[in-house]
Design a protein around this ligand. Structure first.
Ligand SMILES: [Zn+2]
Ligand SMILES: [Zn+2]
Length: 374
């Protein structure tokens, strides 16, 4: 099968590898849709602390697909069932795992990080992932393209819970990339009264407006602190999320909060940049909450699937480019050259079907326009 293979200390290769074998307590998933995440491109450029030099893995942790082979000892699933997989597998015994917070397990393992992931035609699912509830059935009415975004959405669900986002909150989000936009969409579902998006990229701000931002600010054109102070009449905001890995935004974000305000440091900083000076007296005198999150648990993943299937969050609005699996190289090129918002990859057959539908739709539009002119 074709796969995007990364070797620690070396580079990314696209090569044919044998289809994985499974044991009687495992399953093999045929990938229907998978997406490329900042984590994949980060690993590709800088490696990962969980990999040792020379270790090779298939990248990709955002994916959904059909169960192609089911081990004889696995129960509760059927072959051809449509499923998504929460990517973090815990040790199964620690305190965090017993609370089902596999993303917080100190010895977690993850698809596309330290074990073979989804940028391939198939993924082998180990027994621990099945036992821990990482494999989640998805209704056939949900499209694979929407469903693959359950993973990034699960991280955003985790952040909203940690930051206690609630009705009537006034929220500011730094970064209108794919994650920032998911934060925006979820904040609206949770009843935020104001969602302000900050990004220097005009195209991203346009999309943010389209998917529900109340206000968009370009920090190169306006002073964000001045704007917030005027907008809130000096009170400050309830919540600030940083979905951009910039230390200065963490500092500025803290200064924008109202008493009892909550700051979520969603985006981690590059190694070496984490020693950030924060105004701790602001935290003290204004009773502020500062938190951060990493990844999402299988419970968050399930919540994300529910949000997507209910149609409340139009997740695929963040997808800018879709490729068939045979064009994996092009998909990576697009994800790394800065042109794409979010890149998704579809199984060959589904890609052909969806592009046939798209060209049919555009033919219909042309026919209608022609008829209108006649
Ligand atoms: Zn991801
Ligand atoms: Zn654990």
């Amino acid at each position: 099968m074709k796969a995007a293979r990364y070797t620690q200390g070396e580079s990314l290769c696209f090569e044919d590898v044998p289809l994985p074998d499974i044991d009687s307590d495992e399953m093999l998933i045929r990938v229907e849709a998978t997406s490329i995440c900042g984590t994949d491109t980060k690993i590709m450029r800088h490696g990962h602390r969980k990999l040792h030099d020379g270790q090779t893995i298939t990248l990709g942790h955002e994916f959904v697909g059909r169960i192609e082979k089911l081990g004889a000892r696995v129960s509760g699933f059927l072959e051809e069932m449509f499923v998504g997989v929460a990517p973090n597998i815990g040790c199964g015994t620690c305190d965090m795992c017993s609370r089902r917070l596999m993303n917080m397990c100190q010895t977690y393992s993850a698809f596309g990080v330290d074990r073979d992931g989804s940028h391939a035609t198939h993924v082998r699912i180990p027994s621990a992932a099945i036992a821990q509830g990482n494999v989640i059935e998805i209704a056939d009415s949900v499209t694979p393209l929407d469903a693959t975004l359950a993973e990034p959405l699960s991280c955003v669900v985790n952040a909203a819970q940690a930051t206690r986002v609630k009705e009537s909150d006034q929220i500011l989000i730094y970064g209108a990339g794919p994650m920032g936009l998911l934060h925006l969409m979820l904040a609206n579902v949770l009843g935020a009264s104001e969602v302000i998006m900050v990004d220097p990229n005009a195209t991203r701000l346009e999309l943010a407006t389209k998917v529900g931002a109340s206000t968009v600010l370009n920090p190169n054109l306006v002073s964000v602190p001045d704007w917030v102070s005027e907008f809130t009449q000096g009170r400050g905001l309830d919540v600030v999320m940083t979905a951009a890995p910039v230390a200065a935004l963490q500092q500025e974000g803290l200064s924008l909060l109202a008493p009892f305000g909550r700051l979520c440091l969603f985006a981690g900083l590059p190694r070496g940049a984490e020693g950030v000076r924060l105004d701790t007296n602001a935290i003290h005198y204004k009773n502020l909450y500062v938190t951060g999150v990493t990844g999402g648990s299988p419970v968050d993943y399930r919540a994300a699937i529910e949000l997507i299937s209910s149609g409340k969050i139009p997740v695929s609005e963040i997808v800018s480019d879709v490729f068939p699996l045979s064009e994996l190289e092009l998909a990576y090129e697009s994800a790394t050259n800065g042109s794409a918002m979010k890149v998704a990859i579809l199984e060959e057959r589904l890609f052909e079907k969806s592009s046939a539908r798209q060209s049919q739709a555009s033919q219909n539009t042309t026919a209608c326009q022609a008829a209108g002119r006649a």
